[in-house]
Design a protein around this ligand. Structure first.
Ligand SMILES: *Cc1c(COP(=O)(O)O)cnc(C)c1O
Length: 411
């Protein structure tokens, strides 16, 4: 099909040209005397994105799923008890990972569309007077339902209960796009991957680990080889890796960190919020609802849009793909067929999103949702973005202004 494919799944996300160009490189010797310069420049900037000064970041050739495993095998022993909360496909799979590793997982099940309940977590932890729970597992942004949980409140629940459990947070679809504060929220294992907020291809597992979690390695008896933090700690100290690193992706990561830090993390979070608000205005204009049951849970990186009874969300997605070259996210697990998702994270702006909104609108009408007024979503989103603009001038424009040069028009 001519023209661009419109990639609006919540991951992998669009890879910016800057990152693509940075990755276009010949291979090199990862044991050379000059190689360490690259990793040694990446680690401190990765800490900035995790918002940690205390924690240590690790970079694996893996994905987010690998980082669930890395987090658990480095800190737990066979049969250990952990507390987890489940409200979507990714929290379900995180739990499945823990169970398959031989942990006993106590599950707080919530309706899909809700987020983590700090009250229920506190209650469970208070009842655990022997401190048998070694950890609390939470998914920050449940990508399957478009629900963001309040991690600061989960931290407070753990502290209220005076419980020593580690806090494991899946931030795969939040770190680098939603506000994420590892130190402030007392996150012990901050889990993410390269193909969402970091705007890279899949292939890097990224994890921030607190000193408290690193100390658990001594007593943690789960077998670990590839994911052993100990091997990374030794090699990373001098800028090397214990095995062949994903060189290309490291160059891409260097560039994506530059892009995130040039825009400024607070501006990145604000942009995601503004883009998400426009998408939500479109959904409202369509007369449809989000899977997220309350506005406090609305995700700024992905909107899961419920299709009316009798309309298969998968059909909307199939039509969008075949007819309009638009990739929308599918309903997963319990939500299969009941919704479709628009990912709005990473390298995105208003007009790109208007393409996705228009394509979704056309596809919905195509599958028989004639109640969708043509142009209604596009109109609502564009008016929101036109009027509600709080966009910061682009960083390049700002520095041009400083130098007294005419600033190029801000987005
Ligand atoms: C995408 C995603 C994952 C899975 O990550 P992979 O990189 O596909 O292994 C885990 N958790 C959440 C919240 C995600 O969005």
């Amino acid at each position: 099909m001519p023209g661009r494919n419109f990639l609006f799944v919540p991951g992998p996300t669009n890879v910016p040209d800057r990152v693509l160009n940075a990755m276009h490189r010949a291979m090199e010797d990862h044991r050379s005397p000059v190689f360490p310069k690259l990793p040694l420049s990446i680690f401190p900037d990765l800490k900035k994105v995790f918002r940690t000064t205390e924690g240590q970041p690790f970079v694996f050739a893996a994905t987010g799923t690998g980082m669930w495993e890395a987090a658990l095998v480095n800190t737990c022993s066979p049969g250990d008890k952990v507390l987890a909360t489940r409200y979507g496909q990714f929290s379900h799979l995180f739990i499945d990972c823990a169970q398959r590793l031989g942990l006993q997982v106590d599950i707080i099940d919530l309706p899909w569309g809700e987020g983590a309940s700090p009250e229920k977590i506190e209650e469970k932890l208070r009842a655990d007077t022997k401190h048998e729970y070694k950890g609390v597992l939470v998914v920050h942004n449940e990508t399957a339902t478009g629900v963001t949980s309040n991690i600061a409140a989960v931290r407070k629940a753990i502290d209220n209960a005076n419980h020593p459990a580690l806090l494991y947070v899946d931030g795969v679809s939040s770190v680098g796009s939603l506000e994420f504060r590892m130190d402030e929220w007392g996150v012990d294992l901050a889990i993410t991957g390269s193909q969402k907020g970091f705007m890279l291809p899949a292939g890097l597992g990224l994890i921030g680990v607190s000193q408290k979690a690193l100390a658990r390695r001594e007593s943690a008896k789960l077998p670990r080889v590839f994911f052993d933090f100990g091997d990374q700690i030794k090699a990373n100290a001098t800028g090397y890796f214990p095995y062949t690193p994903a060189l290309t992706l490291l160059y891409g990561l260097r560039e994506s960190l530059d892009m995130l830090l040039e825009e400024g993390l607070d501006n990145v979070y604000a942009r995601h919020h503004r883009l998400a608000e426009g998408v939500r205005a479109a959904i409202k204009a369509w007369g449809l609802s989000l899977c997220a049951k309350e506005p406090k849970w609305n995700s700024d990186t992905v909107s899961a849009i419920m299709t009316p009874a009798g309309v298969d969300g998968a059909q909307v997605i199939a039509t969008a793909f075949k007819k309009y070259n638009l990739a929308l996210g599918a309903g997963l697990g319990q939500m299969a067929g009941k919704l479709f998702r628009i990912g709005h994270l990473g390298d995105l702006n208003e007009l790109m999103l208007l393409g996705a909104i228009a394509g979704a609108e056309m596809s919905m009408r195509d599958v028989g949702m004639t109640q969708i007024v043509p142009g209604s979503g596009v109109g609502a989103a564009s008016e929101y973005w036109r009027g509600g603009s709080t966009a910061q001038p682009a960083p390049a424009a700002k520095s041009a202004e400083k130098r007294g040069e005419p600033a190029v028009a801000a987005r």
